[in-house]
Design a protein around this ligand. Sequence first.
Ligand SMILES: [Zn+2]
Length: 64
Amino acid sequence: MSPKSSSCPICGQASHPDTRPFCGKPCRDRDLLQWLGEGYRVPGTPAADEMKKSDDDGVDNPLD
Ligand SMILES: [Zn+2]
């Protein structure tokens, strides 16, 4: 647990003092986006409702 030898949890490179524990802003932003992405996947969101609706319309989902 020494702060001098920590590495970026995203890419594993040496962390930067300004963006610790990440190596830089890109990795810090990516971590944040992952966080937001998790939040969007909560069941019962309006987005999930929209998908159900289009399914009821008989639209085939090629990505499924
Ligand atoms: Zn990184």
